[in-house]
Design a binder for this molecule. Structure first.
Ligand SMILES: Cc1cc2nc3c(=O)[nH]c(=O)nc-3n(C[C@H](O)[C@H](O)[C@H](O)COP(=O)(O)O)c2cc1C
Length: 395
């Protein structure tokens, strides 16, 4: 197996876009596009990043301090930066280290890793690698029986919170996947794979690592009663079975007594409902533009949700975070912390553990520099007075 720490990164890798370019070179197109792409016309995917540009920073000049304090407390955990690693399904297909490498890098960095249900590594190994807090993200793939077994395992493994993703009643139409033959590549039939094999062969580093890792992984955390671990399947087929309804929360609450966060909230009404259901937090998210296209960029939805919640539960956000300034802007608009998905996954796909670590370092240095330039000594001191944003975002 490619070791989790071995890959060296050239010094010219200075931003997330550089890691994306490296990932694009290493991965076969189908895998890169699975990571990079979004739903339909990818309007929301693009808007998630672009909308940050509508926020203008308002620096306080001639303010000097030696160090700035980047830590925050998220759900009773002190983290070194207001940044968590979002659940990214099928990470082990991008790099053998996958979820274990990501959990390890997050722990070393002093932050929280959120493990996807659709993971190629066993959750017990991921939790052990995290060394610190880790949360488990729940899809109902495989039905309630499989979900109950998964939640029970997560509790016994010591996961600290459950993240229930609520924006996947069906899979979004990620058009790049069928064009690239994702379903055929993950399926059993060699014949069906034939048209796509030349593209795979053109990426020998990825292919060799995949073979050394034992081939396509199974979904180790979805044990269907009487059937064993679920086979890797096309993400559309997986998500088609994973819809969560409000009523399911009561059932989940009976088997998970720890904190629950809902991921995929975009409106004040749903945020209030989550509060009424006793959730400990919500994640303002549109699944990185991979589900409903043309829904709001998440940074744009954030002020409405923050105003509705009024500090009564944790509000996190994700979507389009590629720069330290994005993180600072989200905090100014009221998020406790952000999640990053692609930003670390590009690093993982490019170089495993070393790539994830580089992504986190880039973002941490960015945030520290931004605070200095903004004249703000700490994340805790950030507020709306440091930004100007379109008033239409407030509802
Ligand atoms: C390749 C990929 C796989 C993902 N898998 C999951 C998943 O299994 N569960 C989930 O709740 N969200 C999943 N997401 C969404 C992320 O958790 C997160 O909401 C999104 O990536 C944030 O946008 P960003 O990539 O622009 O940071 C996935 C995103 C990507 C890019």
């Amino acid at each position: 197996m490619e070791t989790f720490k071995s890959a060296l990164l050239p010094p010219h890798v200075i931003n997330i876009s550089d890691l994306r370019a490296m990932a694009k070179r290493r991965l076969p197109r189908a895998i890169f596009d699975y990571l990079d792409g979004g739903a339909d016309d990818e309007v929301t995917l693009r808007e998630n990043e672009r909308a940050f540009q509508d926020i203008i920073l308002r620096p306080r000049q001639a303010v000097s301090f030696r160090e700035c304090h980047l830590g925050v407390r998220v759900l009773n955990h002190d983290v070194s930066l207001p940044l968590l690693l979002a659940p990214v399904g099928y990470s082990r297909v991008m790099h053998p280290g996958g979820e274990v490498a990501a959990a390890q890098a997050a722990g070393e960095f002093g932050t929280i890793y959120i493990l996807s249900t659709v993971s190629g590594h066993k959750m017990e190994n991921v939790k052990a690698a995290a060394k610190g807090p880790a949360w488990f993200q729940l899809y109902l793939v495989g039905g309630r029986g499989a979900a109950e077994a998964g939640i029970d395992r997560a509790r016994r493994a010591g996961f600290d919170a459950l993240v229930v993703t609520v924006d996947t009643p069906v899979a979004g139409m990620r058009e790049r996947d069928p064009r690239n033959g994702m379903r055929q590549l993950l399926g059993k039939s060699l014949f069906a794979k034939l048209p796509f094999l030349s593209e795979i062969m053109a990426h020998p580093r990825w292919l060799a690592a995949m073979f050394a890792d034992g081939g396509m992984p199974q979904l180790e955390n979805i044990i269907v009663p009487g059937q064993g671990p679920m086979k890797l399947m096309d993400v559309g087929a997986a998500l088609a079975q994973s819809g969560v309804e409000w009523a399911d929360l009561k059932w989940i609450r009976n088997i998970w007594t720890g904190p629950i966060l809902l991921k995929g909230i975009l409106t004040a009404d749903d945020a209030k409902r989550a509060l009424d259901e006793g959730c400990a937090g919500i994640i303002v998210s549109n699944h990185g533009g991979r589900q409903l296209d043309s829904c709001s960029a998440t940074i744009r939805a954030l002020p409405e949700v923050v105003a509705a919640v009024q500090g009564r539960m944790e509000v996190l956000m994700d979507g389009g975070v590629r720069r330290g300034t994005d993180i600072v802007k989200a905090i100014c608009l009221g998020a406790k912390a952000v999640l990053v998905g692609r930003a670390y996954a590009y690093g993982m796909a490019a170089a495993g553990h070393a790539g994830i670590t580089r992504a986190l370092q880039i973002l941490r240095d960015d945030v520290a520099r931004t605070l200095h330039l903004l004249g703000c000594p700490s994340i805790a001191a950030l507020d709306a007075s440091y930004v100007e944003f379109p008033q239409s975002w407030k509802r």
